[in-house]
Design a binder for this molecule. Structure first.
Ligand code: FAD
Length: 388
């Protein structure tokens, strides 16, 4: 009997890989393992579901049972992998079960970074990184709705996810305040003018911002949550959401003896330091880059499906712009590689903003760009100018 390809994870990476594999091979045995319910959903929808009036249940696009049928795969749900035995090519599952593999793919995602906070309210900080988290978030908002008093939500982190949730909470009548240690929104992704524009539009819509400050303590009281900041100031709120970053899930791989760094280290073919084990998606560090976005996953799973069906293929990425889901200020960013030398050139009008990051080597080539409002329609054209 052919040993199966076992995929740990039924997120976008795991399911997209299984779909690509099935396009190339109708019979290869596939086993998927997830510690969650394994239902298929689009994670980017989590930060605009309130506006779309979608509950966690409504975000499910297909149940795990439907996916099992569609992919002709065996899917083990609510099953945690607790150990990888590279020698025996075997996974130890919670409850003492084992699963052997011919090839193993790690598509285990990332954990939200937890803020370190003093006080008795630290455990009340939510982060939304999957459907179960979104259910909890929904429940907390419904409790505030039911109380009918104040609706103040503090968001830690003024990056992409923090700004998207701020905009989405506004759509449901909540009052978000976004706090960050940086001095502006999406600081690492776009130039100051674009940050200012996004912030101003969100402020006009009702959001508030505090910069150069980190939350250091949270205490519960009858009046809600009292938050203390590193600059000595404080504020009261009803709910706290953290969006300060993600840490690739590397624990299992590290325990097994696979090479890890920021993520699970792979070469261009997504192979880890063990030739029978591959990694992709938010848990992987491919060629020194961790790219926790949808487009890289799509390119990774096409390359990996080809490799696993007999055509070794190195993943190649085109320019991969990301849409920031902030209807208050439509924004598309294609950030330059970290550490790239160069400068932003910004063209700003009443109706939009166009920013190009280049190293000056060639007038037609860019290393990154940002577009806002009316200019977002130039996304394709700008992507064509980005050197890859
Ligand atoms: P996940 O979807 O997290 O899947 C991980 C899987 O691994 C899960 O099934 C989990 O159960 C399983 N697992 C982990 N450990 C174990 C274990 N030990 N045993 C068994 N199973 C295990 N990207 C964009 O490009 N555009 C966007 O607009 C965008 N919006 C986003 C909005 C939000 C709110 C968030 C959080 C992310 C957003 N992203 C966006 C990022 C994008 O959604 C992710 O990069 C992508 O979904 C990650 O998929 P994944 O399969 O790697 O990880």
């Amino acid at each position: 009997m052919v040993s199966p390809i076992v995929i740990i994870g039924t997120g976008l990476a795991g399911y997209s890989l299984a779909k690509e594999l099935r396009k190339l091979d109708a019979t290869i045995p596939i086993v998927m393992i997830s510690r969650d319910a394994g239902d298929f959903y689009s994670k980017p929808m989590l930060s605009n579901a309130l506006r779309a009036k979608k509950s966690a249940a409504a975000l499910v696009l297909k149940s795990s049972a439907a996916m099992e049928e569609e992919l002709r795969a065996r899917i083990l749900t609510h099953t945690e992998v607790v150990e990888i035995d590279l020698q025996a090519r075997c996974l130890h599952l919670e409850g003492g079960m084992k699963q052997s593999y011919g090839t193993l793919v790690l598509a285990m995602g990332a954990d939200p970074t937890r803020p370190v906070l003093e006080g008795n309210g630290g455990d009340s900080v939510l982060s939304v990184n999957d459907l179960d988290d979104f259910s909890l978030f929904e429940k907390s908002l419904a409790e505030l709705d039911a109380r009918g008093t104040s609706r103040d939500v503090l968001i830690l982190g003024a990056g992409l996810i923090g700004c998207e949730f701020a905009n989405d909470l506004l759509a449901r009548g909540f009052h978000p305040t976004v706090v960050d240690v940086a001095d502006r929104v999406l600081e690492r992704l776009m130039p100051p003018q674009a940050s200012r524009r996004l912030q101003t539009r969100l402020e006009h819509a009702g959001a508030a911002f505090r910069f150069k400050a980190a939350a250091v303590s949270v205490n519960r009281s009858a009046a809600g949550l009292a938050v203390g900041f590193s600059d000595g100031s404080s504020m009261r709120c009803d709910l706290i959401m953290s969006a300060i970053g993600l840490k690739p899930r590397i624990g299992l791989a590290a325990q097994a003896g696979l090479e890890v760094h920021r993520g699970i280290v792979t070469d261009g073919k997504l192979m880890t330091s063990d030739p029978r084990v591959f990694a992709m998606g938010d848990c992987a560090e491919v060629g020194r880059s961790v790219l926790p976005f949808v487009m890289p996953i799509m390119f990774q799973c096409r390359a990996l499906a080809a490799t696993l069906t007999g055509t070794p293929t190195v993943v190649k990425y085109p320019a991969m712009p990301v849409t920031v889901k902030t209807p208050a200020c439509p924004t598309v960013v294609c950030p330059p590689p970290s550490g790239a030398e160069g400068a932003w050139q910004v063209l700003e009008t009443e109706d939009g903003l166009e920013a190009l990051f280049s190293d000056g080597a060639s007038p037609d080539r860019a290393l990154g760009f940002a577009l806002q409002e009316n200019s977002v329609s130039k996304r394709q054209r700008m992507a064509g100018r980005v050197a890859t």
